[in-house]
Design a protein around this ligand. Structure first.
Ligand code: AHR
Length: 498
C-alpha cells in the first residue's frame, strides 16, 4: 500500500493558471486549418477561428497562448501581417516545410483568438533577424493608447483600443535558430532590446521573458543571468527553458507516436522525468542571482517529439497522441505544480496538429487527444495553492537504466475550497493501492475522474471518443483517510471536501 501524506495547512505556493499554457506557431497545420480557417470557410467559424476548436480549448480553460513561434518568431516581420489581407506580403516559411505563408493570420487575428479563448497573450518578438525599432514599434502598435504613428496605424486597421500584452518574449532559441548567439552576446542584446519594450500601460506592465536554455545547457542560464540580470523584475520577468521528450534521445530517429513497445514506454517516461532535474538545476542557478524568486522559470516549449506520421510533410511535425502522451502530460503538470515557487508558466508544444497537440483536425473533423483529457483533469489546480504532499513510490520498468517511479502526485487547495489531488500511475502492469492521510482534517466527501486505457489507446477522426475520462469510484473514506486504487497506465483527479 503506497502512503500519500497531505498537509492542507502547509501552503507551498500559488499555482499560476499559466502552468497550463499553450504554444501556437506558424508551423504545419497549427494556425492555418487547425485554428484559423478564414471567414469564408464552410467550417463553422467566428471571425475565421473554427468554432469546434475554440469551444474545445475553452473547456480546458487555456490560460495563456504564446505566438507566433518558435523558430518562426525570429523570421517574422509583424508589419507583413496587418492591414487588408489582399495586400499582405507572402513569404516562404523556411523553417517549416518551405510552404508559402500568406500572413492572413497576424496580430489582429491573434488578439481576436485570445479574446475568444478568454486567455492571456504571450507575444514572442523577433531578435534574430529583426531590429530594435521593429520590436519597439510592435509593442507601440499593440499597447499604446494615444496619438502616435503606430497607434494611429492600428486604428486605421480597425482596432481603436489598444490590446493587452501580458508577456513578451525577447527572441526565441537565440542559441540556435534565433541567431546562433553566445550567451554573453545574447545577454547584452537582451539588455538593449528589452529597453524598448515599453510599458505604455503602467497599470498592466508587460512581463518580459528572456531566452533561456536548451535542456541541460546550464552555462547559458548562468551567463545570460550574469550579463543581463541586474535590474530586478521590471527588466526581466522570466526566463524560458525548452525541453522536449524524445523516446530514443536521438534527433535523427525519434521513434513513432503509435508504434512502440513496453521498453519504449518506460524509456519515454524516463526521458520526460529529466524535467525534474532541469527545473532543479536551472532553478539553483536562478536562485544565485535571484534568491527572492522574482523572475519566473517559463518552460514555454515542452512535450513529446516523435517522427512525423507516415505520409505527412516532415516539416509539419504532425504526430498522433496516445496514453503515453497522457502520462507525459500528467507527470509534467504535477512537476510544474510541485515547483510553482519558481515555475510561473509552461506552454505545451503545440496546441493543435503539431507535436504533443491537445487537438487534432482533418478538414471539418476534430479529435481531442488523451493529452487534452489530462489538461481537463488538471484544470482544477489553476489558481490554487499548492499544499504539502508526498507519495511513496516503487520503481517500475524493464531495463536497469530505464527504471522510473510508478507514481507522481500534486495537491492543491482550490479557489472552490476543495482539495484537488492528481496522481499518475506509469506502471503498465501494476495497479497502485494508495492510502491517503489528510493530516488532522476529516474528509467529508470525495469524487473523482480518471483517464486510463491500453498504452497505445488514442483518438482518431473515425473514433474521436475512444479515450475519454470516466467517473472514478474506487475509493473509501474513513475520517482523515482515503484509500483508493489507481489502475496501471492512468491519470487520476480526486476532489475532496474537508
Ligand atoms: O516547437 C517546434 C520548434 O521547436 C520551435 O519552433 C523551436 O523553438 C523549437 O526548436
Amino acid at each position: 500500500m503506497a502512503k500519500l501524506y497531505v498537509n492542507p495547512k502547509v501552503k507551498k505556493g500559488h499555482i499560476n493558471p499559466e502552468l497550463q499554457g499553450h504554444f501556437s506557431e506558424h508551423l504545419g497545420r497549427c494556425i492555418y486549418e487547425g485554428i484559423y480557417v478564414g471567414e469564408d470557410s464552410e467550417i463553422p467559424n467566428v471571425n475565421g477561428m473554427r468554432t469546434d476548436v475554440v469551444e474545445a480549448l475553452k473547456e480546458i480553460r487555456v490560460p495563456v497562448l504564446r505566438w507566433p513561434g518558435g523558430c518562426f518568431a525570429d523570421e517574422y516581420h509583424w508589419k507583413d501581417g496587418i492591414g487588408p489581407k489582399e495586400g499582405r506580403k507572402k513569404m516562404v516559411n523556411t523553417h517549416w516545410g518551405g510552404v508559402v505563408e500568406d500572413n492572413s493570420f497576424g496580430t489582429h487575428e491573434f488578439m481576436e483568438l485570445c479574446r475568444q479563448l478568454g486567455c492571456k497573450t504571450y507575444i514572442n518578438g523577433n531578435m534574430g533577424s529583426g531590429t530594435v525599432q521593429e520590436m519597439s514599434e510592435w509593442v507601440e502598435y499593440m499597447t499604446f493608447d494615444g496619438i502616435s504613428p503606430m497607434a494611429d496605424l492600428r486604428k486605421e486597421n480597425g482596432h481603436e483600443e489598444p490590446w493587452r500584452v501580458d508577456y513578451f518574449g525577447v527572441g526565441n532559441e537565440n542559441w540556435g535558430c534565433g541567431g546562433n548567439m553566445r550567451p554573453e552576446f545574447y545577454g547584452d542584446m537582451y539588455r538593449r532590446y528589452q529597453t524598448y519594450v515599453r510599458n505604455y500601460d503602467s497599470k498592466n506592465p508587460i512581463c518580459k521573458i528572456a531566452c533561456g536554455a536548451n535542456a541541460g545547457d546550464y552555462h547559458w542560464t548562468d551567463k545570460v543571468l550574469e550579463t543581463a540580470f541586474d535590474h530586478g523584475s521590471g527588466f526581466m520577468g522570466g526566463m524560458s527553458l525548452h525541453y522536449y521528450t524524445l523516446p530514443t534521445g536521438d534527433w535523427s530517429s525519434k521513434g513513432s507516436a503509435l508504434e512502440f513497445d513496453e521498453k519504449d514506454w518506460y524509456r519515454t517516461l524516463k526521458a520526460t522525468l529529466k524535467m525534474e532535474e532541469l527545473i532543479r538545476r536551472h532553478g539553483a542557478i536562478m536562485d544565485q542571482y535571484d534568491p527572492e524568486k522574482k523572475i519566473g522559470m517559463v518552460i514555454d516549449e515542452w512535450g513529446t517529439w516523435y517522427d512525423v506520421e507516415p505520409g505527412t510533410n516532415p516539416g509539419f511535425l504532425y504526430q498522433q497522441n496516445t496514453m503515453r502522451d497522457a502520462l507525459v502530460a500528467g507527470i509534467n503538470l504535477n512537476l510544474f505544480n510541485k515547483n510553482c515557487d519558481r515555475v510561473k508558466m509552461a506552454n505545451i508544444a503545440q496546441m493543435v496538429n503539431v507535436l504533443q497537440a491537445v487537438i487534432l483536425t482533418e478538414g471539418e473533423k476534430m479529435a481531442k487527444t488523451p493529452t487534452w483529457h489530462v489538461f481537463d483533469l488538471f484544470q482544477h489546480h489553476q489558481d490554487g495553492e499548492l499544499v504539502e504532499s508526498s507519495i511513496e513510490t516503487e520503481e517500475v520498468g524493464l531495463e536497469e537504466d530505464y527504471m522510473i517511479p510508478d507514481l507522481s502526485e500534486s495537491v492543491s487547495l482550490g479557489k472552490d475550497g476543495r482539495l484537488h489531488v492528481t496522481v499518475t500511475n506509469a506502471s503498465l502492469s501494476r495497479k497502485a493501492e494508495v492510502e491517503g492521510f489528510f493530516a488532522e482534517t476529516a474528509v467529508s466527501a470525495v469524487k473523482g475522474r480518471i483517464l486510463t486505457g491500453e498504452m497505445h489507446a488514442h483518438n482518431t477522426f473515425e473514433e474521436p471518443d475512444m479515450v475519454h475520462t470516466q467517473e472514478f469510484t474506487d475509493f473509501s473514506v474513513e475520517g482523515n483517510q482515503v484509500r483508493f486504487t489507481v489502475p496501471a497506465c492512468s491519470v487520476l483527479h480526486l476532489e475532496l471536501e474537508l
